[in-house]
Structures are given as C-alpha cells and as structure tokens.
Design a protein around this ligand. Structure first.
Ligand SMILES: *Cc1c(COP(=O)(O)O)cnc(C)c1O
Length: 373
C-alpha cells in the first residue's frame, strides 16, 4: 500500500521572498460594518476624500463605460500627456500604475534584490518594507526622529538615513508628507539629502499627500528632478482627487528609469475608465482647490476638537491626524468601532499608543468627537 500522501500545502512550495510575506490585513470588515451602521457610519480609517471625485471626472468615467469592451491604451498616452503638461516634464519621464502602490512595488522588483538593499524610516508607509521583502532585498530600517524632537517627532531623520546607506543600497523610500505620522520635511532638507546620496542610489519620494500641503517651505521634490536623475517622485489620484476606488497613480523619473519599469509593468495595468477619470480630474482645478481649502480648514477644526477633549495629535500636512495617547489605543479603537466610527489602528507600524484619524466630512468628524470618552 502506498504511503498516505502528506496533505498538500502550497505554503511549503513558495520562493524565499514570498515566504517572508503575509497577506494584506484590511483591519475591519467594512462591508459588514456598512450594513450594520448604514448612513450613521463614519469612515475615517483610509484617508479617503469625503468630498468625492470631481463631477467632470464622474462624467468622463460614465462616458468611457461603453468602451470597456476594448482594452485600454497600454501606453496611457492621453493621461501621460495631460500630466506632462501639468508638471512641465516630457511624457517619457512618466509611468502610470494601478495605484501608486503598484509602482512602489515595481521599483523594488526592478532595482533591488538579495544583493541590493532598500532603506526607509521607522514609522514609514507599510508598502516600503513590503516592496523590499517582496523583492527579496535586505531592509535598512532607520530610527525616526525622537519623540522629543521639536517640529517633527516620529518623522523621517534624513541625515540618519543618508548615514545608514551601504555600498549595496539601491533604493531609498521616503514619504513626504508621511503616512501614518502626517509629518513632513522641507524642500531644503531634501536638497541636502540628495547632495549627500551617491547617484547609484535611487531615491523615491512618495508624494501621495502633496496636494494637501499648505505649509511654507514644502513644495515638491520634482523641483530637484532636473538636477538628480536618481530622484523618483510618486503621486496618486487616490487621495485629494478622491479616486481611491479607481486605482491610478503615477511617477516622474529619469526616462531610463521609466524604460526599465516598462519591462515588468503589466501591459494594461491602468484600466480604461481610470485613464478617462484621472485625466478629467486633473483638468478640474476648481474642484481640487475646493478640496484643499476644505481639508485645511477641517483638519484644523478636527485637531482643535480633539485637543479640547484632551487628545494630542502630531502636526499634519496630510488629510489625517496621528493621535498619540498615553495608553494602548486598542480599547479606544474598539469603542469607536462599536459606535460606527472607523479609525486606523497603527500598532502594526510600531505605534500601539496611536490612532490615525482621517479628516472626514463635518458630520463624520462630529460623530468621532461625540463617540470619544
Ligand atoms: C494612500 C497612499 C498611497 C496611495 O496608494 P495608491 O495605491 O495610489 O492608492 C501611496 N503612498 C502613501 C504614503 C499613501 O498613504
């Protein structure tokens, strides 16, 4: 008689890089919470834009729907052209992604491996360590600025990151402003960093929250792109443009960087409706101005409301606040969920005493404040 076969388990067959990964944990079962709370829910966990997409984007997406029997333009010529004009670069410097998440992953897959390390800060965006791990690359995790650091506690320590680079380092990921801390660094700090980094190290500046920035001294890393061919800037339509469900992001880089990404990029990675919606959203400057003004005022209103109730938040240039408690945040988070208020626990980022709270509509923000003990 044959030996009883061992139970089949594909987990035993994975390659070395995949063995280090875990499936994405969405944190909450949002569909069931939406059923439970209906219109009384406050969704403040994912940094989405409560004002919704531009009406021009919605119209363009509706108009595109009948064409979905066709494949999308694999080169995204129209959207790249619109972005190129807006940003003052040539289209060969632009790559489009199914969200900027895809582009962040693709960069590590193309440029890092077991022999080429990837550097990022403590308390950085979760996709950075994930991209390094998926590429099988060693990670260099640099301690953040200390809690006592004036101005930007928990933010990226650019001098320490520059000092931590090794001869084998190929990629550095920075987010400005950063998620989940909301912290930022000034243009001048990035300029000093770029001057200190060897040209063989690709520096990725993730500007997912760029459109929300209102502080003087911070504009965009794109200003340095002409001088530093190793600088890569990623952006997204998920945040201020309110198209998170559509999945479109882009990056601006040296044409040879873009050409390398093109080797691995899935041919039709940005869908036809997304190409149309993003292009129209980009053309609606009045909508974006409204979004910016709303977020700036509402961020302040929410911060003040939280402060009045004894909650301390870090300064933020994004559309969320990092609320730092004196105790473990899990009980408060559970209490809020039970009242239909969804915020983001950040224990997985190494911040068990903090909660990330998106700036919602005034009604949602009120619901949050009322639900606090
Ligand atoms: C939300 C976010 C993104 C955007 O991801 P998409 O894939 O474009 O939706 C990128 N970087 C950071 C830091 C973010 O917080």
């Amino acid at each position: 008689m044959a030996e009883p076969a061992r139970a089949f388990d594909a987990a035993r067959l994975v390659n070395r890089a995949t063995a280090r990964l875990r499936a994405y944990d969405p944190g909450h079962d949002l569909p069931s919470l939406r059923r439970r709370f209906g219109a009384a829910i406050a969704e403040l966990g994912s940094n989405e834009n409560p004002l919704g997409p531009s009406p021009r984007a919605l119209a363009a997406m509706r108009a595109a729907l009948p064409n979905t029997c066709r494949y999308p333009d694999p080169r995204g010529v129209a959207l790249k052209g619109a972005l190129a004009e807006r940003l003052g670069v040539t289209p060969d410097r632009i790559a489009l992604g199914n969200g900027s998440h895809e582009l962040l992953m693709l960069l590590a897959q193309c440029f890092a491996d077991a022999g080429h390390s990837v550097a990022f800060s403590e308390f950085c965006f979760a996709v950075f360590p994930l991209a390094a791990a998926a590429a099988g690359a060693p990670a260099i995790r640099v301690p953040a600025l200390s809690r006592r650091h004036r101005g930007a506690p928990l933010g990226h320590d650019l001098a320490a990151i520059a000092a931590a680079l090794r001869p084998d380092t190929r990629l550095v990921y920075l987010a400005n402003p950063n998620n989940p801390t909301g912290t930022w660094f000034a243009d001048a700090a990035l300029e000093a960093f770029m001057a200190a980094v060897p040209p063989e190290v690709l520096v990725v500046v993730d500007e997912a929250y760029h459109e929300y920035v209102t502080v003087p001294g911070l504009s965009t890393a794109l200003k340095l792109a002409g001088r530093y061919p190793n600088l890569i800037v990623t952006r997204t339509f998920s945040k201020a443009y309110a198209l998170a469900g559509l999945r479109v992001g882009y990056l601006v880089a040296h044409p040879t960087v873009v050409a390398v990404l093109e080797r691995l990029r899935e041919s039709f990675n940005v869908n036809l409706v997304a190409l149309a919606g993003a292009e129209a959203a980009l053309g609606d400057g009045a909508w974006l101005a409204k979004v910016r003004a709303f977020n700036q005022a509402e961020r302040e209103w929410l911060r003040n409301g939280l402060r009045a109730r004894g909650y301390h938040c870090l300064p933020s240039q994004a559309n969320f606040l990092l609320c730092v408690l004196r105790h473990d945040a899990a009980p408060l988070e559970h209490r809020l969920v039970e009242r239909g208020v969804i915020v983001r626990p950040v224990a997985g980022y190494g911040l068990p005493r903090a909660l990330r709270i998106s700036v919602g509509s005034r009604a949602e923000n009120r619901r949050l404040l009322r639900a606090l003990p």
